[in-house]
Design a protein around this ligand. Sequence first.
Ligand SMILES: Nc1ncnc2c1ncn2[C@@H]1O[C@H](COP(=O)(O)OP(=O)(O)OP(=O)(O)O)[C@@H](O)[C@H]1O
Ligand code: SF4
Ligand SMILES: [Mg+2]
Length: 340
Amino acid sequence: MSSVATQARPAEAPTSRVLDVQHLDVRLGRFHLLHDVSFSIDKGERVGLIGESGSGKSLTSLALLGLLPDDARVSGSIRLAGVDADLVGARERDLAAVRGRDVAMVFQEPMTALNPTMRVGDQVAEAITMHARRGGPDRRAARARAVELLDQVGLPDPRDAARAYPHQLSGGQRQRVVLAIALANDPALLVCDEPTTALDVTVQARVLDLIVRGVTARDSAMLFITHDLSVVATVCERVLVMYGGRVVEAGPVHEVFRRPRHRYTQGLLAASDLDVAVPGGRLPTIRGTVPPAGEFPDGCVFRSRCGHATEVCASDPEWTGPHPGEGYACHHPADEERVP
Ligand SMILES: Nc1ncnc2c1ncn2[C@@H]1O[C@H](COP(=O)(O)OP(=O)(O)OP(=O)(O)O)[C@@H](O)[C@H]1O
Ligand code: SF4
Ligand SMILES: [Mg+2]
């Protein structure tokens, strides 16, 4: 992943909050799926969101775009800079105005994000005109801007590419089109949910590099969901670790990855391929599997799989840390540094 642009923000750059999520709680049917999720992201900041399958990562990202199912019961608050209304409880009309303009998303599967019956250039142009304020670009200018954007995301012959339909492009090219649409209005926040997982290994690094270049050029903040911890280590400044619909640990990537405190984070890192030299060449795994929704234990949700659990773990561990963006919730935190 050495080709990834990792240019950090200058230390003296003034920061301002782009996203503030407070006590986000989501229930669907009889399932309580997100519990008291709080975190924030500053301008230009890149935050990784990690956790095993079923931890609640995608639900969190969908909540940020107001894309949870209609019957979801949501409480807490999601505030975006420049948007007056709280996204929790906002009307669909207001959410549609925010989506693609202030916050945009790149999903895992580009085909689901694209309209198969429309030329990709028109889809990028539509993303521009949809949010154009009075005096914004007309259709013709939007088409020209679409070609520019397709060029920026590395599509060869962007003029020809603009005339193509999604099925005429490769998976990697389609994901570049999705990225062009997501970046079209210079969103303050880009949410990426495993954006390269469905792509051929050979194009993953290139698309990741384009995403990072795209957000860096716009000083956009990014929430990046991935199972690949080495990508988080390369691309992100901060990380949130989720399990059982909760943020169990958060902090600067280099600190959390060097000295994880929550036993779940410790297990996740040990099971990752971040460590180059693994004795015996095999990665350890976290024992057991993630329980289905509704079957997590009371108290610490990880205790059914944790080798350090004691009786006290049957009670909820409190958050230890200066704020929700830094700390952990574990009764018996790890204290050892990892030796990569
Ligand atoms: N529409 C839904 N109705 C009921 N349960 C749901 C719904 N969507 C998600 N869930 C459940 O919520 C939990 C969290 O799901 P989510 O998709 O957020 O996980 P994830 O962390 O993104 O996992 P993955 O890494 O596999 O993408 C899972 O137990 C999932 O089964
Ligand atoms: S609170 Fe207890 S069960 Fe949960 S991770 Fe920490 S030690 Fe393990
Ligand atoms: Mg997911």
